[in-house]
Design a protein around this ligand. Sequence first.
Ligand SMILES: [Fe+2]
Length: 264
Amino acid sequence: MLLSKEKIKDILNKNANGYPFIINIDVSKDELVDIANMIGNNNSKAGHFFTDKDTGSFTQVRHDGLFSNIEMGWHYAGTAYQDTKEVTEILYCKHPGSYGITSFCNTKSFYDSLGEEMQNIVKDIKVKISTDVMLGKKKPLFGNEVGIPISEDSEEYKFFNKTMEVWKPLVVKHPWNHSYSLNNFVPGMIEDWTYDKGNHGKFLWESILDNMFSHQYVYNHHWKKGDLIFYDQYSSLHKRTETKGNRVMYRFALDNKNIIDYVD
Ligand SMILES: [Fe+2]
């Protein structure tokens, strides 16, 4: 096995603290599936055009397929769902294409940096996440941040073109790390919140936007063939620029059912 169970546990704990884990490795599809199966079940959509045909067990994110080459704003796997099923997401770079940067934001470290008074304020806030905002049919509560603006003539549009609105706490508790993060601050998908909607609220919104998504908490990744990245859906957000060239990525979104003893 390329990665031992102990190594995987190390990676997942690093991820739970908001940090992506990155290696460069030459692996086959089957070896990737083996690694993923050690962690949990992949939320694969068998028979969908974006599911890998050879293994049937992961999503192909391609220049000519799912999410094609669009810019995608800050999000995590399952943003628009009430209950997040996936914990670990894995991306493997088969072909990087000629351009495309993926960014990871450590929303746990940012939350930890807030004073107790501010932590208590944000813990009380609920946000309304809406696919209409995500798709660009409606404007976000403040500003003009991008969600995931899939075009109406694309293959993937039919999978996402249903209005879903969920209210979630702005602050997210990690399932095993017992830590908190600002993971539901997805500015390109929020239609409403329970906090002030006037200037006072706008000031808080912009403070989070400017400080959390700053170089202190964000890592920008320039892909090379063979890059393998693990990251967490409760402690970090990710986004990507538009892409150019023939990019092919393999993506797993895992429920982490197969590793339950994360913390030593
Ligand atoms: Fe994503």
